[in-house]
Design a protein. Structure first.
Length: 118
């Protein structure tokens, strides 16, 4: 956006956020946050400086639920102007072990649910 008085261009700062749907065959991992939003949600987290989206997903999944994933694919994105965020939706598949090791600072629950197709 150019400054009206001097013409200097100012670029807004945007915080990239990943939101990932983790699947294992016909199951999907859903979580519940410790505070705030009380419904089931996908795992999410901010991208750190120097990280790729794939690195962020692997880090967040490992930190929050103690799992590892592969086959990460981009799905869609959505800007959030009020929070200066860009949400990027991706999918990933579980590597192996289904055992969840919950990080309880942010998440109160994580559980595998059956996927239903209509």
């Amino acid at each position: 956006m150019p400054c009206r008085s001097c013409g200097h261009k100012i670029y807004p700062e945007i915080s990239p956020v990943i939101v990932v749907a983790i699947t294992n065959g016909d199951k999907i991992l859903l979580t519940k946050f410790l505070t705030g939003y009380k419904k089931h949600a996908l795992l999410s987290g901010y991208v750190e400086i120097g990280e790729t989206l794939e690195d962020t997903i692997k880090r967040e999944v490992s930190e929050e639920v103690g799992l590892s994933v592969h086959n990460i694919r981009y799905y869609s994105s959505q800007p959030r102007a009020f929070t200066h965020s860009l949400l990027m939706g991706l999918t990933a598949e579980l590597d192996k072990d289904l055992a969840i090791n919950l990080e309880t600072d942010e998440i109160s629950k994580a559980q595998w649910f059956d996927l239903e197709y209509d």
